[in-house]
Design a protein around this ligand. Structure first.
Ligand SMILES: [Zn+2]
Ligand SMILES: [Zn+2]
Length: 321
């Protein structure tokens, strides 16, 4: 017996499945008219999680029509200005907008030492609390968990302590087929058990396998953010098989010496990591301002890992399709 889903059901289903990465900025160090500084927002079923907050991130946040009230968690990879100078401005703006719920910031232990004095001076009347959660950037550990998502750190190799983030959607429950539930007149009290794999036994003693009452859940998705870092093979087992890897590619092959000196990666190195980790898709970012056109980086990476794209401001990467 097959049932067609209505448009309303499909729309609700899409919202339930949403896992998108919004690129707010993908330039490095020097702000230019071409690129904003590092910042992304992951939208998982309408809850927003920010990764890095370079200068100007709040403007990009608005430009991408994201909702400030949906943002409760910010993850900062490392304390270089191009990844965190946007924090005080964003925190101040959220106060002006009348926010009252806590804002959680996950960063290295030095973050409150750096930012708390700024907040004490500029944001005295803040109507909400900013709570810093320190993590150890040299460890691969779970730093955040809620009903739908787990975030763990990916130790990176940079001039200062730096950590990437692995965002893993939790396994989803199968979908109930409403029409089948109605057909067998399954009581509401049994639905939870059926979603958890229990069969239904009718009052007449007929066993209805749970597979007949449910549609399988879609696979849970995984996203890895690795910036800033030199070429670092130790991350490979951590990011193995992710749906999308965002890896910094600050330089091209002709500037390899500069990449080494500054603990950054070339596009080719990012592609080698993607290939070795068997990821599904690679997104290059954190571009040096020296490249007026990053196609050269894209081509170098694609020679090693063909399913590569360039990040760009306002790019939306959808993991759920
Ligand atoms: Zn950077
Ligand atoms: Zn850096």
């Amino acid at each position: 017996m097959a049932f067609k889903r209505t448009t309303a059901q499909i729309n609700r289903y899409r919202l339930m499945e949403r896992f998108e990465v919004n690129i707010l900025g993908c330039g490095s160090a020097l702000p230019t008219t071409k690129h904003f500084l590092s910042s992304q927002v992951v939208n998982l079923r309408d809850k927003l999680y920010m990764i890095d907050c370079g200068e100007g991130s709040q403007l990009q946040f608005r430009a991408m029509k994201l909702k400030f009230q949906r943002l409760n968690h910010i993850f900062i990879s490392h304390l270089h200005g191009d990844h965190c100078f946007g924090l005080p401005g964003l925190i101040s703006t959220l106060g002006l907008l009348g926010r009252t719920s806590d804002l959680h910031i996950y960063a290295q232990p030095d973050a409150p030492i750096v930012f708390q004095p700024l907040l004490d001076y500029f944001c005295k009347q803040l109507p909400y609390k900013v709570i810093f959660h320190p993590f150890h950037p040299a460890r691969n550990e779970l730093i955040f968990e809620d009903r739908t998502l787990k975030v763990s750190t990916i130790p990176l190799k940079h001039r200062v302590p730096s950590a990437g983030f692995l965002l893993e959607e939790k396994p989803k429950s199968p979908h109930i087929i409403r029409e089948m539930i109605d057909f067998y007149q399954v009581p509401v009290s049994r639905i939870h058990a059926i979603k958890n794999g229990m069969d239904y036994i009718t009052p007449e003693g007929e066993i209805i396998p749970h597979q007949r009452l449910t549609r399988p859940a879609e696979p849970a998705h995984r996203y890895a953010y690795c910036s800033d870092t030199a070429y670092y093979e130790k991350i490979i087992p951590i990011i193995e098989g992710v749906d999308v890897l965002y890896h910094e590619a600050t330089f091209g092959e002709e500037d390899l010496a500069r990449a080494k000196e500054t603990f950054h990666s070339s596009a080719r190195q990012a592609a080698s990591i993607a290939k070795a980790a068997n990821v599904k898709k690679l997104v290059l970012g954190h571009f040096s301002a020296r490249y007026p056109d990053e196609t050269i980086l894209l081509n170098e990476a694609r020679e090693i890992f063909p399913n590569t794209i360039l990040a760009n401001e306002k790019l939306l990467i959808n993991l759920s399709i």
